[in-house]
Design a protein around this ligand. Structure first.
Ligand code: FEO
Length: 399
């Protein structure tokens, strides 16, 4: 029988671990994920967020292991995306909370997701609500990452419920950060940031500044996905600061697909050239690398080197998928170059260069490296030199 997990004197985790999910709206989740929901046992018993719809019975069983679910009076929705709101209709039917609190945009989003949802109360940034012995206050985090998003802060036990922020897609039986491998935590948190929050980095910086000025000192930071932070709170905040700043890093991402092996040969020569300058390279052939892994490396690398053959005057379809995804994520402060082989028309390098320009990358050289059919010795040597120029420029920038 699923049971709640006590995380502080009055708060219980009543969420669900999703060990089997491998696709989260286009983001590969090889480690599964969790949908964290929380029960606050004060005079007004309060549920914070719910779970993805298929896990609704599990959440109810966890709640019931602590209290009769019908005793819940308040429900707080920090974020209306379906992985946290999917169980709301079930909650309304089974629990019948007296009040549902959400941000102003959250109320609108919930009304659009669940027609006729009642009884909704919009809360403003900074508003404080008494639960009896403790208060909870609301911090608007508009567009992190939806317009409705907000944090809730439980005064007294000092818990920040941060919805998606500071989360990660990681199913784990160990609920707290210090019970999990620290390398996995950083890696999964980076992947989450790259795939969900990267395009919102300017807002993340503002949110971190606003949060710092509030003087809160949480003992637990409880996101809606992955482990709860209690020992490494300063680490996750400093990682968010670092990722939001997007300072160029001395590492290069080389990503490509190939039709008959020619673009792969160019890729390998460019990679050798980059490595010869002392800059590490991560080569991610698209045929064996998911776009969300590529996105993470793109965030962490100072250089994006991207290659595609030309097919029917266009990019190879897998490369088109990758750049569509990366363009939306808007990695910044990059240098880059494009390469590829072609048979007769050769549009791919131009199209990839346009992509690099669109994300504001410094191109070197502007025309990239385009090779007809199979690269010969001279063309491979030129590819190697292109790699050397990428490495040298990155070293210069990262001095
Ligand atoms: Fe985890 Fe934006 O939902």
């Amino acid at each position: 029988m699923p049971c709640a997990v006590k995380i502080s004197e009055s708060v219980y985790w009543v969420g669900a671990q999703d060990w089997s999910v491998r696709n989260f709206h286009g983001y590969t989740t090889e480690s599964g994920t969790s949908y964290n929901a929380f029960l606050v046992m004060d005079e007004k018993i309060t549920l914070i967020d719910t779970v993805k719809e298929p896990f609704r019975e599990e959440m109810l069983a966890r709640i019931a292991s602590v209290v009769d679910p019908s005793k819940i009076e308040y429900f707080i929705s920090n974020h209306a995306e379906m992985d946290h709101s999917g169980a709301i209709p079930f909650v309304l039917e089974k629990i019948k909370p007296k009040k549902i609190f959400a941000s102003v945009n959250g109320v609108k989003a919930l009304q659009k997701h669940f027609e006729g949802i009642e009884p909704l109360t919009a809360v403003k940034n900074g508003e404080r609500l008494s639960l009896g012995k403790m208060d909870i206050s609301f911090v608007e985090t508009k567009l992190l990452h939806w317009p409705d998003s907000m944090f809730s802060y439980l005064h007294g036990e000092e818990i920040l419920f941060s919805q998606d922020a500071f989360g990660m897609h990681l199913a784990t039986s160990q609920l707290f950060d210090d019970e999990n491998d620290p390398h996995v935590l950083k890696s999964e948190a980076a992947t989450y940031y790259a795939n969900i929050l990267l395009p919102l980095s300017e807002l993340v910086k503002k949110c971190l500044d606003a949060y710092a000025s509030m003087g809160l000192n949480p003992k637990i930071v409880a996101p809606d996905h992955g482990p709860l932070w209690r020992s490494k709170i300063s680490d996750i905040f400093s990682w968010y600061r670092e990722w939001s700043e997007q300072k160029p890093e001395k590492r290069a991402l080389l990503v490509y697909d190939t039709m008959w092996g020619s673009t792969a040969k160019i890729a390998n020569s460019i990679a050798e050239g980059i490595v010869s300058t002392g800059v590490p390279v991560k080569i991610l052939p698209i045929s064996s690398s998911h776009r969300s892994i590529i996105a993470t490396e793109a965030m962490l690398s100072g250089a994006i080197v991207i290659g595609s053959p030309t097919i029917n005057n266009m990019l190879f379809p897998t490369v088109a998928d990758t750049i569509c995804y990366l363009r939306g994520l808007k990695p910044k402060n990059k240098i880059g170059t494009a390469f590829g082989s072609y048979g007769w028309s050769g549009e791919s390098v131009k199209q990839l260069s346009e992509f690099l320009k669109a994300i504001g990358a410094e191109l070197l050289p502007p025309e990239g490296m385009s090779v007809k059919f199979v690269p010969n010795k001279e063309e491979l040597a030129a590819s190697y030199e292109l790699g050397r120029s990428v490495g040298a420029r990155l070293l210069e920038i990262c001095k």
